[in-house]
Design a protein around this ligand. Structure first.
Ligand code: ADP
Length: 207
């Protein structure tokens, strides 16, 4: 009898050499993402940040941006005036002021109905990755994201959720980042919650 080679073994077992198990998250990774429904301004993250879906001026606006500025108070606007705005896909950090969270990370999502779809997708992904990297470089333990661009900016929720979860997974997988930061997704509406609940196991499969 000949010793089967690895590739023939995989054929016998009808598995491809790059089986999905190689990409399974460790048990700890699964505990690093959670879903929360409600008002993001109420989250108490003394060693963390909530993310604001801001506009390029970084000087406040409607939706979650308005709610965050109202709850954080006028000193937030004062600090934001020193930032000089941000480009689409960029993120900048401020203090949390009156919020029960230490920091606010302001990120500028793309407006869906303008420009190339590939560009929108990479800008939205960049909102998540640049925010996560800011949290990591500031040694934050927790970061909570709203569903960026899916309100006034019109990004379809399923596409946006796939981009969000894919980006979070990618950053947590890199360089043992999973041990450094916990991620919370803060959904507001019931439909968004359903979409996240249905897609989460695909990006963070149970071990
Ligand atoms: P964008 O302009 O990026 O689309 P919006 O603020 O219009 O930002 O919407 C982004 C998401 O934030 C939407 O899903 C909206 O329902 C949600 N949202 C609005 N207010 C809050 C809040 N207080 N806490 C959490 N999420 C919120």
């Amino acid at each position: 009898t000949t010793i089967p080679t690895l590739s023939s073994l995989y054929t016998t077992l009808s598995l491809k050499p790059t089986s999905k198990s190689a990409h399974r998250p460790s048990p700890t990774l699964l505990t690093k993402i959670s879903l929360f429904q409600g008002d993001i301004t109420t989250l108490h993250l003394p060693n963390g940040a909530i993310v604001n879906a801001a506009n390029k001026s970084l000087l406040g606006g409607g939706g979650v941006d308005g709610a965050i500025h109202r709850a954080a108070g006028p000193q937030l606007l004062e600090e934001c005036r020193t930032l000089g705005g941000a480009k689409t896909g960029e993120s900048k950090i401020t203090g949390g002021w009156r919020l029960p969270s230490k920091h606010i990370i302001h990120t500028v999502g793309p407006i869906y109905h303008s420009g190339e779809i590939e560009e929108k997708a990479s800008q939205l992904k960049s909102c998540y990755t640049t925010s996560l990297h800011l949290a990591l470089t500031h040694g934050l333990r927790t970061i909570a994201f709203p569903s960026i661009s899916t309100g006034i900016y019109g990004y379809p929720i399923v596409d946006a959720t796939r981009i969000a979860l894919g980006a979070v997974r990618e950053v947590l997988d890199a360089d043992a980042n999973e041990d450094k930061v916990r991620v919370s997704v803060c959904v507001y509406g019931d439909k968004d919650k359903e979409v996240y609940e249905s897609l989460l196991p695909e990006y963070f499969p149970p071990v």
